[in-house]
Design a protein around this ligand. Sequence first.
Ligand code: MG
Length: 395
Amino acid sequence: MRCLILDDSKAITGLLEAIIMEELGAEQALVANNVADALVLLEKNPLSIDVVFCDLNLPDVDGVAFLRMLSEREYQGYIVIVSSVSHRVLKSVEHLARNHHLKLLGTIIKPISPQSVIQLLQSAGSHSGAKPQARAKEKLTVPELIDALEEGYFECYYQPQVCAMTRNVVGFEALARLQHPKRNLVFPDDFISLMEQHNLILRLTKDQIVSVFKQWNIWHQQGHYYRIAINISALLLNDLELPEFILTQIKKYDVKPKLLTLEITESCLNEDRTRALEVLSRLSMYGINLSIDDFGTGYSSIERLQSLPFNEVKIDRSFVQNAASSESERPVLDSMIGMANRLGLRVVLEGVETLAHWQMVCHSGCDSFQGYFIAKPMDVDKLEEWLADWNKMTD
Ligand SMILES: [Mg+2]
C-alpha cells in the first residue's frame, strides 16, 4: 500500500507516516504540506497511490478544492479526510466527495488516535470487498471485458444475509467478480460502469442470473429454501427483454419467485420512467421481490416509495457506520428503519461490520443483516464451509 499525506502540520504528517509505515506496514508514505506539492507527487506516481489522507484547512488552496482536483485528474484510489472541522462541515464535504465520484474511505477527527487510522484502513476491504493493495492497478479495457464474458471469467460470489431475530441464514446476495487470469480478483467498482457504458451489462446480468439459478436449484434439491438477491442495473429497466428472460429462467430452474429479490439502486428512481415502471410492475406481478439498494443515498420521497412496487429496502452501509461513530446520527438510522417498517417494507441492513454494529442494531426492527461481521462475499466452495460453521454456532 502506498499513501500520500497532505497536511500543513508537520506534527500530523509525522504521526500519520509513523502509523501507516509501522503499524500498517505500508510500502511508502509520501508527504506534502500544501496542495501544489501534493499534485506534483500525484503526477509523478499517477497509478500507484492507493490512499490519500487529506486535511481540509490548508494554506493557499484548501482541501475542499483539492478534492475537486483529484476528481478532475480521475484519481482512482481511496481518500481519507483528516480534520477538526465541525460535524456538519464534515458531512457536507463527505457528500461533496461522493458527488465528485471519489472513493471516500472515511474521516479521521483530530486529534488523531492510531487506532482510528488502523480501523479505517482495515475496513477498506469492506467497501468494494477489496483492500487498497488488491485493487486492479490498470483500468480494464472493453476488449478485455468482452473476452472475459466469452471465456467465462466472471464468477458469482455470495454474501450471506441472516435473520435479525434468529441469526439463521435466510439467503445471499449474489455479487459479480472477475477472475481474470492476468489480474488479481477484480471487483464490481472496476467494471460495472464500463460495462454499462458499452452495452455489456445485459450479457453479464443474464450470465449471473443463470449461474445463480443453477446454484439455487442445487440448494433446493438439498432441501434449502434460501432467498437470493441479484443486482440489476438501472439501465436494464428500460429493457423489456429482461423480465421475459428472468421469467423463462425461473421456469427452467424451478426457482420460487417469492425467494428471488432484485436489487435496484435508489438513484434510478429519480425521474419519472414509465418504461421502468412497466418492467418493475410486471416482475412484481409474478411474485418477485423488489428491493431498493443503497436506500437513503438517493432522493426518493415517501410518496414515490409508495407508488412503486418495492417491498424491501436495503439501507445503505453508511447509515450503520455513521450511527456507530456518532450518537447524533443514531436517530437518522432509527427513523429510516421505523419509516420502512410502517410502510410495510422488509428491511435489510448492509454494512454490519463489527460486534459494536451488531449490538447497536440487533433490536432495531430490521428483518435481516448483511456485512463483514457475519461474512464477506465468497465463492460457493468457501460458502459451504462457512455455512457449516455458522449453523454449528447458531444451533
Ligand atoms: Mg446490492
